[in-house]
Design a protein around this ligand. Structure first.
Ligand code: 5RP
Length: 262
């Protein structure tokens, strides 16, 4: 039987923010996950379940020969519970399309990622992808990074180096408020899927005019595993808006307003 293209979530039960995440995710899937795509990267966060929701709605025939690569524990569980085929990036180092969320996206499609502490695997899957697409709600659509997302740039570090990297950030990299991310329902720091810690480092507007430069400097600090600044990687970013439309920003500067899909 052909799938019915509608959300399994009853209409009207989503908040405005959740609806905007869903709109972005659905539009990105409709535009970028095509029948010929066999290996698909699935990002992390609260927007990505809507990506998987729309992929599932493409139906059994479309999905039966596909492999889905997760960026962490959450997306692995999502892939399995949705009945999709699971693979890993060491088996599939070339991915057709990766779709992922973002904490903030600037005019040039540079973005902050790692709000969910998954940015190491997320960056590997973004780099492995022939096409990397971002999906987010309207709050993430900014001109400069660190505008609305106040925690700053997530930096994954090996545990024994965290104090040294914090000192480097405070003293040499102009991020005096960089802090170790603490867990909420556990005493002590957040531990990533890779067994590492995360530092959140806010940067000034001046530094965020050239996020690649600051990313390169942070990456050079010994003990840093990965930086949650993804520069010059995304082909397009989709933002769900409060009025039901979707804004698509493309690499090169083109901006489109897309009516909501049904
Ligand atoms: O980078 C991420 C996880 O490491 C997420 O993609 C990012 O935090 C966005 O999440 P959400 O869709 O919940 O806003």
């Amino acid at each position: 039987m052909e799938p019915v293209l509608k959300s399994p979530i009853p209409a009207g039960t989503l908040t405005a923010i959740e609806r905007s995440k869903q709109l972005a995710a659905w539009t990105a899937v409709d535009q970028h996950i095509k029948p010929e795509h066999r290996v698909i990267g699935i990002g992390s966060g609260s927007t990505v379940p809507y990506v998987v929701e729309r992929i599932v709605l493409q139906g059994y025939e479309a999905n039966k020969d596909r492999v889905f690569i997760p960026t962490g524990f959450q997306s692995k569980e999502l892939i399995i519970s949705s009945g999709l085929g699971l693979g890993d990036v060491d088996q599939y180092p070339t991915i057709d399309v990766t779709i992922d969320g973002a904490d903030e996206v600037d005019l040039e499609l540079n973005c902050i990622k790692g709000g969910g502490a998954c940015h190491l695997r997320e960056k590997v899957l973004a780099e492995a992808a022939l096409t990397f697409i971002l999906v987010a709600d309207y709050r993430k659509n900014v001109d400069y990074l660190c505008t609305n997302f106040k925690p700053g740039v997530p930096i994954e570090v090996v545990p024994f180096a965290y104090a040294k990297v914090l000192r480097n950030l405070h003293e040499s990299l102009r991020s005096p408020n960089a802090t170790l991310r603490m867990a909420v329902a556990k005493a002590g720091p957040v531990v990533t899927d890779n067994g590492n810690f995360v530092i959140d480092a806010p940067f000034s507007r001046e530094d965020m005019t050239d996020p690649y430069a600051i990313m390169a400097r942070i990456k050079m600090l010994t003990g840093v595993v990965e930086v949650g600044l993804f520069c010059h990687m995304a082909k397009a970013a989709y933002f769900g808006n409060q009025d039901g439309s979707v804004t698509a920003k493309w690499v090169g500067g083109k901006v489109e307003q897309i009516p909501a899909c049904q």
